[in-house]
Design a protein around this ligand. Structure first.
Ligand code: GDP
Length: 229
């Protein structure tokens, strides 16, 4: 077996298997580093402004068209519970709030999972087709420190995404645009699509991520932690 290409003698695994395991270990340790630091607690589903939780901790809102991969990304960021709660029938039109608690059970951050948009084209107001309370939430919520806007890296820039991003900019909101499902693209396509999205949405920066492989999750956490500290 000595010297056989693509074969690791120590572990008796193919090189490809070893690379896969190394990647898994890297991403899972990164994932566990955060899940160990925070536990996630579902707070409530709000269907009106009166139901928003007390603004006790810096809030991060997650926004994106339906099917963009929001539940999957939240799942990768903080665990399954979040995605499951948000997809429960009756809660898909609500803002679902989750507290991220540190070891002494103090709220460090709040994640606000907003309903997916894009079935109906966004027009006139960004909240056309969205429940009425979403626009005021984005406009005046004092605890809201960062909007994470998700766009699909496999899909060209959409008018609805552009309108939302423009609206958030006009409202003076800090935002980071994340390109999801990046694992589906090869190197060249990746570069091409990310550039097209940056141009189409007029962005200085776009953060490629994959909920499937964990790519970019560390960088996204760094952005979230920066507003939380
Ligand atoms: P949501 O409607 O925005 O919550 O989207 P979901 O998280 O339910 O994802 C929609 C579809 O995209 C599902 O079939 C997911 O399996 C798939 N998906 C989500 N994230 C990824 C990813 O990072 N990579 C790949 N390959 N597929 C993904």
């Amino acid at each position: 077996m000595q010297g056989r290409a693509g074969y690791d003698e120590r572990t008796h695994r193919s090189r490809a298997q070893c690379d896969g395991l190394r990647l898994y270990a890297q991403y899972s340790s990164l994932f566990f580093a955060h899940t160990m630091r925070y536990t996630t607690q579902f707070l409530l589903s709000a269907l009106a402004a009166a139901q928003f939780p007390a603004p006790d901790a810096p809030e991060i809102a997650f926004l994106g068209r339906s099917n963009v991969g929001k539940s999957s990304l939240l799942n990768t960021l903080v665990g399954e519970k979040t995605a499951k709660v948000s997809q429960t029938p009756g809660r898909t039109r609500a803002i679902n709030f989750f507290a991220l608690l540190d070891e002494s059970k103090r709220q460090k951050l709040v994640f606000a999972d907003l309903p997916g948009y894009g079935y109906a084209k966004i027009s006139k107001s960004i909240s056309a087709g969205w429940p009425e309370f979403i626009e005021p939430y984005l406009a005046i919520r004092s605890a809201l420190k960062l909007c994470v806007c998700l766009v699909d890296s496999n899909v060209p820039a959409q008018e609805s995404d552009r309108q939302l991003i423009d609206w958030l900019r006009a409202a003076g909101r800090e935002l980071v645009v994340v390109a999801t499902k990046i694992d589906r693209l090869s190197g060249n396509q990746r570069t091409r699509n990310l550039l097209a999205l940056r141009q189409g949405l007029e962005l200085e920066e776009i953060l490629p991520v994959s909920a499937k492989t964990g790519y970019g999750v560390k960088e996204l956490w760094a952005r979230i932690d920066a507003v939380g500290s």
